[in-house]
Design a protein around this ligand. Structure first.
Ligand code: GLN
Length: 311
């Protein structure tokens, strides 16, 4: 079987970048005006191995908003603080099978159980994290993401503002959760912190390092810092596998077989446990909100590397 060690990974990212460079399908999301304005032609790919080797191609210096990708890593901050069972007890871990901003997802069952990787569950995750005040809570959220990336990160102000001006639906989601006793802190503050997290800027190499930290059982391969306990990593990857690409998660797992998380900003991170993180970025998304070219690029790379958790 082909192993990553047998493949020239730099050539692979270059080839796959070239293969999909002129692929035009999907559209920038319009419900967040600042995302509609991002250059649709931007395209970047990075692989970072569990040993910390880095391979990138394309617009690798472009910083984009991580959006929902943050959900899959912020969940680790909650588990670090309160343990894995807190997620089951207070949020839920089953796939909703519904779009990421679904209100219906909250109405599906008596327990109001959702999933930490859709908006409702991600806002609930933010609300559950304990801190003295909003500033301190933001510090926990931000430093957790930075620990995964192994570098300082900043909020993209234009995205944050644009999303804050238009996030009425997320405010509604938070209010409905609160009504059912499934939001655990101030409503507006939780939505604001969630929105800020979605607006954090990242490039594909940093994103691949975040993925490689999961691939390396919770230890950042660049900084060698333990970011999340090894025993929590399979649980975090399990929710990514079942819900990381929203209502297309099943299709993704069927085709590619890797836990992954997408963001409506055009980024996707996939993880091959023990091996590497594969990140790709391209703004135009499909109907489910997943980047078209990022999916194609990661699928092609995974195929070439024989990377599938079920193999
Ligand atoms: N910030 C976005 C939202 O709340 C995140 C959604 C996404 O990336 N799918 O709508």
């Amino acid at each position: 079987q082909v192993q990553a060690a047998d493949v020239d990974l730099q050539k692979l990212v270059n080839d796959v970048h070239k293969q999909f460079l002129s692929h035009k399908e999907g559209n920038n999301p319009t419900y967040i005006p600042a995302l509609a304005a991002v250059d649709s032609d931007l395209f970047a790919i990075s692989i970072v191995t569990a040993e910390g080797k880095k391979y990138s191609a394309g617009d690798i210096n472009h910083v984009f908003s991580m959006q929902s990708i943050g959900k899959a890593f912020n969940l680790a901050a909650l588990i670090n603080q309160q343990g894995a069972q807190a997620v089951v007890d207070n949020i839920g871990v089953n796939a909703t099978g519904l779009p990421f901003s679904s209100i219906m997802a909250i109405e599906l069952n008596e327990e109001r159980s959702v999933n930490p990787l859709v908006n409702a569950g991600a806002i609930a995750t933010v609300s559950l994290i304990k801190a003295k005040n909003a500033d301190k809570k933001w510090k926990i959220i931000e430093s957790n993401l930075e620990n995964f990336a192994g570098s300082e990160l900043t909020v993209l102000k234009d995205i944050y503002k644009s999303e804050t001006d238009t996030n009425v639906k997320n405010q509604s989601i938070a209010r409905l959760l609160s009504n059912y006793g499934r939001l655990y802190d101030d409503i507006d503050e939780s939505v604001d912190l969630y929105t800020r997290m979605c607006s954090v800027g990242i490039n594909t190499e940093q994103l691949a390092i975040m993925g490689a930290t999961y691939a390396n059982a919770g230890i950042n391969p660049m900084t060698k810092k333990e970011v999340v306990q090894a025993e929590a990593v399979p649980k975090l990857l399990a929710v990514m596998a079942t819900s990381g690409l929203y209502d297309d998660s099943g299709l993704w797992l069927y085709k590619v077989g890797l836990p992954a998380k997408s963001g409506v900003g055009g980024g996707i991170i996939a993880v091959m446990p023990g091996k590497y993180g594969i990140a790709a970025f391209s703004p135009p998304v499909d109907a489910a909100g997943n980047s078209v070219r990022a999916q194609l690029a990661i699928e092609a790379i995974a195929k070439k590397l024989n990377a599938n958790i079920f193999k």
